[in-house]
Design a protein around this ligand. Structure first.
Ligand code: SAM
Length: 226
């Protein structure tokens, strides 16, 4: 296992029990709306088999189950602590696996989703190629990720919150300040908007789109397997 992957495992393992509480408080509950919007987009594609990668405690998988009650939805995560919580919350199907090396046949899903997960994987291009492998031709990909607002004033305010306030609040809620230092740094490094669409296009996808939400602090990216 690479150092980066081991570090991410250790970090999420250490905050798993407090993950939901911290998430909902730090986003003032807006994260429910982000995942609902993602599920709404996916439901328009009418997929039958979906895998939600880096599913964590399963909030996106649950939003998808609600919108698409007849679809088969498989939550994947490499931490059993997260998957136990997801199952307790009602996620029907989970698989313990690494998103970089999925235990699924080629073309086995109509749709792949990943919320706040791609940024944490050590090679974004290779991860997208693996997602494309698991998708059938023309299958849909939806990525929900943090991004930085494009308006300069909003960006400055958000950066202050991200780097000064969030680590302190996160430390208070979970006892792990490093996890929230990492969050801000990883958001800064992750490609957003057009750059993310280029990355998807370079790794097996076409028809890329992006929709910024909440002033651009998160963005929903969609694409089709080419
Ligand atoms: C920020 S949480 C996102 C959880 C959930 N998708 C959500 O919307 O709240 C990131 C999750 O990705 C998982 N993860 C990170 N790297 C992974 C990998 N290589 N394979 C599978 N899961 C991974 C972590 O265990 C963690 O549960």
């Amino acid at each position: 296992m690479t150092t980066q992957r081991a570090r991410v495992r250790k970090m999420f393992g250490s905050i798993a029990r407090r993950y939901d509480l911290a998430n909902h408080l730090l986003s003032c509950g807006i994260d429910f709306y982000w995942r609902r919007r993602a599920a709404e987009i996916v439901s328009g594609w009418r997929p039958h088999r979906i895998t939600d990668l880096a599913t964590g405690t399963g909030d996106l998988a649950l939003a998808l189950q609600k919108k698409l009650p007849d679809a088969e939805i498989v939550g994947v995560d490499f931490l059993s602590e997260m998957l136990d919580l997801a199952q307790r919350k009602g996620v029907r199907q989970v698989v313990l696996a690494d998103a970089m090396n999925l235990p699924f046949d080629d073309a086995s899903f109509d749709c792949v989703t990943i919320a706040f997960g791609l940024r944490n994987l050590e090679n974004w291009g290779a991860a997208l190629t693996e997602m494309s492998r698991a998708l059938r031709t023309s299958g849909g990909l939806l990525v929900l990720e943090f991004s930085l607002p494009t308006t300069p004033i909003l960006r400055a305010i958000y950066r202050f919150y991200l780097h000064r306030c969030l680590p302190l609040l996160g430390a208070f809620l979970t006892g792990k300040k490093t996890a929230y230092d990492y969050l801000g740094d990883s958001i800064e490094e992750f490609p957003s908007g057009g750059a993310m669409c280029e990355l998807m296009a370079a790794n097996g996808f076409t028809h890329t789109t992006f929709e910024p939400l909440t002033g651009g602090i998160v963005t929903i990216y969609t694409a089709q397997k080419s």
